[in-house]
Design a protein around this ligand. Structure first.
Ligand SMILES: NC(=O)c1ccc[n+]([C@@H]2O[C@H](COP(=O)([O-])OP(=O)(O)OC[C@H]3O[C@@H](n4cnc5c(N)ncnc54)[C@H](O)[C@@H]3O)[C@@H](O)[C@H]2O)c1
Length: 89
């Protein structure tokens, strides 16, 4: 049986924190890897592994998926409207 290994991308955000904590309860802390462009959220510190990932960087993402034997990905990376509009100018 293949053991699930989960990567949460955008784990430092509003939904990412809650989802990561909930998944860690189900799958075990070490089987849920938190990742984000931002630094690790304070609420996740000490609860399981964290890696820094920019989802726009295909090679970086690929390396982490292979290295960590990822079987599931939750993609929450987003730039929500207010911030996105600021970036657009
Ligand atoms: N918050 C809500 O009520 C809600 C409701 C419905 C759907 N959603 C959707 O859920 C997703 C997450 O929402 P949220 O409220 O947690 O947003 P959020 O802004 O709090 O979190 C998004 C996270 O994505 C990260 N991120 C941005 N660009 C990235 C990149 N290139 N690589 C890696 N990480 C990156 C940010 O650093 C941030 O931590 C979004 O797609 C949003 O549209 C949110």
């Amino acid at each position: 049986m293949v053991k699930d290994k989960i990567l949460v991308i955008g784990s430092s955000g509003q939904i990412g924190v809650e989802l990561t904590l909930a998944l860690r309860k189900i799958y075990g802390n070490n089987n849920v890897i938190a990742s984000d462009l931002r630094e690790e959220n304070e609420l996740l510190k000490g609860t399981g592994p964290y890696v820094s990932i920019d989802v726009m960087n295909k090679e970086m993402l690929h390396v982490q998926i292979i290295r960590q034997n990822i079987t599931q990905i939750y993609l929450l990376a987003a730039i929500l409207s207010a911030t996105g509009e600021k970036i657009q100018g």
